[in-house]
Design a protein around this ligand. Structure first.
Ligand SMILES: NC(=O)c1ccc[n+]([C@@H]2O[C@H](COP(=O)([O-])OP(=O)(O)OC[C@H]3O[C@@H](n4cnc5c(N)ncnc54)[C@H](OP(=O)(O)O)[C@@H]3O)[C@@H](O)[C@H]2O)c1
Length: 246
């Protein structure tokens, strides 16, 4: 039962990325201790300024780095992604598969309670939400994300898979439309909205062990085929914070 759990420490894997930084902003005012990761020492100061309590320089192609990253964590927020380029098409050496699966394996070994994975509209049953040319361009990473999603569903971890539409750096809209089961649902969404959905998922019983496609109401280009009404526990992060202060 998610509702009765307490979570103390969260890992933001890929914290230096654009969604990762939004996640740090959402988690900063909470009482969760936050560990952030990047592959670059040059990002450490920036991540500390964004509110990370500790920063680990880690490459998730190395399983030992994944093991070190999840140590003592209750939640893993995974916002890893491959930099733009040909690898999205040909599908070799993608962190979206190998790195994420290393992280899932490490999370199982460490007894992590909850894993939130940022995937994408376009993966498997949501493929109609992407145009054919877009699917062709990134078919390598879509396949890698499919493998990572499957590994997470089979891991035994409690999870939420969040599949956003096209990501933007717009301010948070606060109006997220949710679909489940893929179909042709499509559109765009600010990373700040994705970060909010990801952050509250472990605190939201409705979101447990589900794969949810998300776009913002303003960015929606195709209606949800199977809309779902999630009662997001936006207040729970702050409730926990107040509770621990008492
Ligand atoms: N762009 C879109 O429209 C779109 C739509 C739907 C879903 N998505 C997915 O959403 C996710 C987040 O996208 P984003 O654009 O916000 O992220 P991003 O800015 O590309 O950040 C990616 C993060 O992954 C980290 N990373 C990459 N390879 C790594 C490795 N081997 N080991 C450890 N860390 C590694 C990077 O860290 P360092 O570089 O600091 O090491 C960075 O923090 C991605 O999975 C993306 O595919 C994107």
């Amino acid at each position: 039962m998610t509702r009765s759990r307490t979570f103390d420490r969260a890992l933001v894997a890929g914290a230096s990325g654009e969604t990762g930084q939004e996640l740090l902003s959402v988690l900063r005012p909470t009482d969760l201790a936050v560990r952030a990761t990047t592959r670059s020492y040059a990002n450490v100061d920036m991540l500390e300024r964004h509110g990370a309590d500790d920063v680990l320089v880690a490459d998730f192609f190395e399983s030992a780095d994944a093991v070190a990253a999840v140590e003592d964590c209750d939640i893993v927020y995974c916002a890893l992604g491959t930099p733009s380029g040909f690898r999205h098409t040909i599908g070799t050496r993608l962190v979206d598969r190998t790195g994420v699966i290393n992280l899932i394996t490490a999370a199982v070994g460490a007894g992590v309670s909850y894993f939130v994975l940022e995937s994408a509209i376009g993966v498997r049953n949501s493929k109609s939400g992407l145009s054919l040319p877009a699917r062709f361009l990134i078919h390598g990473s879509l396949s890698a994300k499919h493998d990572a999603e499957t590994a997470l569903r089979r891991s035994g971890l409690d999870y939420t898979i969040v599949r956003p539409g096209r990501l933007t750096n717009d301010p948070p809209s606060g109006a997220v439309v949710v679909n489940e089961g893929g179909g042709s649902f499509s559109g765009s969404i600010p990373r700040a909205d994705v970060a909010q959905v990801m952050a509250v998922s472990p605190f939201t019983p409705d979101a447990q062990n589900r794969t949810l496609e998300v776009v913002s109401r303003d960015g929606m280009t195709s209606e949800p085929t199977t809309p779902v009404d999630i009662e997001w526990a936006d207040d729970r992060l702050t409730v926990d914070r107040e509770h621990r202060r008492l």
